[in-house]
Ligand binder design. Structure first.
Ligand SMILES: Nc1ncnc2c1ncn2[C@@H]1O[C@H](COP(=O)(O)OP(=O)(O)O)[C@@H](O)[C@H]1O
Ligand SMILES: [Mg+2]
Length: 180
């Protein structure tokens, strides 16, 4: 499977998607979150936390490298935002979390790709030009577990073709049409 592409129309929609991921998550799952500042990575993690039954409010751990939440499974919310060197990330000793008893959600994961398990779900969030509340979210599974997860997600969330947005160009085209 290539990536599942979804068009989020609001923060709530993004959290709902996170909620499904949290419900479907299993021990040792690794979710990588990539996207510019303010695209909604933390927003998605809030949904994942909720889906895992975490009662506390998840907020951006940008100034803390790792925050742990307790739900059906532990959630390790990791943020590489302030890290510039791969060595700084290596020194964190994250293997303990990747191969531990919980679920890892990692913001700015692209900074530490070399250290991240080969099998993972890569979630990339893009701004949609000229919109404050829309985001293009792509979920790319790497490895058997995550292909299955995507299949389950599509069934659970009932993501039909109306949610699939082939590419950014098409969104722009339909926008231009609406504005005319
Ligand atoms: N469709 C959307 N999905 C997620 N966040 C959105 C969306 N539309 C607007 N937002 C807003 O964008 C911001 C995202 O912030 P945050 O999740 O902290 O981003 P990041 O962690 O990627 O820097 C929030 O203020 C949120 O309300
Ligand atoms: Mg964030």
């Amino acid at each position: 499977m290539k990536a599942l592409k979804l068009n989020s129309r609001s923060p709530e929609w993004t959290q709902l998607l996170g909620g499904y991921l949290g419900q479907l998550a299993q021990k040792n799952d690794v979710f990588l979150l990539v996207g510019e500042l303010g695209t909604g990575k933390t927003c998605l993690v809030q949904g994942i936390a909720r889906g895992l039954g975490v009662k506390e409010y998840a907020f951006s751990p940008s100034f803390v490298l790792l925050r742990e939440y307790h739900g059906r499974l532990p959630l390790y919310h990791i943020d590489f935002y302030r890290l510039d060197y791969i060595k700084e990330i290596a020194d964190l000793g994250l293997e303990e979390y990747f191969y531990g008893d919980g679920v890892c959600a990692i913001e700015w994961a692209e900074k530490g790709l070399q250290l991240i398990p080969e099998d993972h779900l890569l979630v990339t969030i893009h701004y949609v030009p000229a919109s404050h509340t829309e985001r293009l979210i792509s979920l790319k599974p790497q490895g058997k577990r995550y292909h299955e997860l995507i299949e389950q997600l599509i069934r659970r969330a009932n993501y039909g073709p109306e949610y699939e947005t082939p590419n950014l160009a098409e969104i722009q085209k339909s926008k231009a049409k609406n504005q005319r």
